[in-house]
Design a protein around this ligand. Structure first.
Ligand code: HEM
Length: 130
């Protein structure tokens, strides 16, 4: 199976778990005080819904959709707006990969590497707009 299809199916299994996004944000916020500080005033219930679509945009970009949605995220996360420093994206990717490992029983290390490649491609578009 291609990376893109493997990841698409894995994401379906993750989204079916009610705790997936809670667990992701717990892991992401615990990964660095710099990350936690950015979310001090955030409505985390709304944020989890936004991220559900955000990850889908990364997955669809890897499947060939144009980067329009990712370019909008690049703009909102840039130095002029949310000011998300480029090094913070590795915390994001690592927290997501750890959460996927815990929630998708069909994932093995080759699957995690496929996820890493798919995410990195789209994250480069967002991070590149800093
Ligand atoms: C807001 C997705 C990485 C911090 C958002 C929003 C989405 C999103 C969809 C909603 C608002 C908007 O459209 O801009 C993503 C995706 C990421 C990513 C797909 C992966 C590359 C990060 C990283 C940080 C971060 C690494 C670092 C701390 C924030 C903050 C907000 C936000 C602080 C605003 C929260 C608020 O409204 O208070 N993100 N994000 N994001 N993101 Fe990200």
């Amino acid at each position: 199976m291609t990376d893109e299809n493997l990841v698409f199916q894995s994401y379906g299994r993750c989204c079916a778990k009610a705790e997936f996004f809670d667990d992701f944000y717990r892991t992401f916020l615990a990964s660095s005080p710099e990350v936690a500080e950015k979310f001090t005033h955030t409505d985390m219930v709304a944020q989890k819904q936004l991220l559900r679509a955000g990850i889908l945009n990364l997955v669809l970009y890897a499947r060939g959709l144009p980067p329009t949605k990712l370019q909008a995220l690049a703009e909102s996360h840039s130095r002029h707006r949310l000011d998300i420093k480029p090094h913070l994206y590795s915390y994001w990717i690592n927290a997501l990969l750890d959460t996927i490992r815990r929630h998708d029983p069909e994932m093995d290390e080759a699957g995690i590497r496929a996820w890493d490649r798919v995410l990195t491609k789209g994250v480069e578009v967002i991070r590149g707009g800093y």
